[in-house]
Write a protein that binds this ligand. Sequence first.
Ligand SMILES: [Zn+2]
Length: 64
Amino acid sequence: MADLIPTPDSPGLHVSKPSPTTPATASAVCHCGARATATGDTQVKALVDGYTANHGPAHAKGGK
Ligand SMILES: [Zn+2]
């Protein structure tokens, strides 16, 4: 799965939840240079929401 983790050369958002009893983890790298990681379902959801709202595709809509 390591090859799915985003890097500056391959920006994106990756969420992993290996099993129902394992906390989710996420890593995000945006082409603007922002990057973040999160562990735990609540933190991962916040990361995904923030990335979606402010980075990634949001840049194309005139976002930051
Ligand atoms: Zn960005």
